[in-house]
Design a protein around this ligand. Structure first.
Ligand code: PGA
Length: 253
């Protein structure tokens, strides 16, 4: 089953207008220079940059996504952004349940699932993040934690078109530390098994599972050549267009 790799940039809370647009334009140039890439590209800037980045991406094969959304379509939710608003701006994806949101905003699996259901309802694709902390890994619980997060965060009617999973060990995010390839493949294979139990084998075989956590041009090849790794969710290295696109190239996209 050939799954098209997704190379996704999570800009997090970075970028003002001028440098965000510049970064997007550079990504476009680099992606265009690749000719016919075999992978799909996605950038997820902060809310404030979505409109201007959308303009900068015009005509390029780079999708636009947001980093979070609310579960309601509209209403009295001061400071929040609805899935419909994101769709209206031209987003096709939204990242949900990133560990920084789970930690900083107390987001639970149930909340992440409700947000994902709302996003799917308006036609947005979701990148649902899971991953264990260092203490959980040290306790031998990485697979169990990811299993529970999948069971709790992924909507029951998710399919391989509207949902992407991102496995991001919390201890690997922004630290330069990366699990061994054997550990990454072990979790990815286990996640696919859980997806098969939850959504059926055919959906699970088609659903993309990204790896995230200190992905750089230098480690892209070994990570992206693992059988169950279908792309990358990239934080720090996505803030440099050359590095972001080099990850795709080195990952044989
Ligand atoms: P990182 O972040 O690439 O900077 O480790 C990844 C992420 O949090 O999505």
């Amino acid at each position: 089953m050939a799954r098209k790799k997704l190379i996704a940039g999570n800009w997090k809370m970075n970028g003002l207008l001028a440098d965000g647009v510049e970064l997007a334009k550079n990504v476009v140039l680099q992606v265009k220079a690749m000719g016919k890439p075999q992978c799909e590209f996605l950038v997820c800037p902060p809310f404030t940059l979505l409109t201007s980045v959308k303009k900068a991406l015009r005509g390029a094969k780079v999708a636009l996504g947001a980093q979070d959304c609310h579960m309601a379509e509209k209403g009295a939710h001061t400071g929040d952004i609805s899935p419909l608003m994101l769709k209206d701006l031209g987003c096709t994806y939204v990242i949900l349940g990133h560990s920084e949101r789970r930690a900083d905003h107390g987001e639970t699996d149930e909340l992440v699932r409700a947000k994902a259901e709302a996003a799917h309802k308006v036609g947005l694709k979701t990148v649902i993040c899971i991953g264990e902390t260092l203490a959980q890994r040290d306790a031998g619980k990485a697979v169990e934690v990811c299993r529970n997060q999948i069971l709790g965060s992924v909507p029951a009617d998710s399919n391989a078109t509207d949902t992407v999973i991102a496995y991001e060990p919390v201890w690997a995010i922004g630290t330069g530390k990366v699990p061994t390839t054997a550990d990454v493949e072990e979790v990815h294979a286990a996640v696919r098994k859980v997806l098969a139990q939850k959504l059926g084998k055919s959906v699970a075989n088609k659903m993309r599972i990204l790896y995230g956590g200190s992905v750089k041009p230098g480690n892209a090849k070994e990570l992206l050549s693992l059988p169950d790794v279908d792309g990358a969710l990239i934080g720090g290295a996505s803030l440099k267009a050359e590095d972001f696109v080099a990850i795709a190239k080195n990952g044989t996209c």
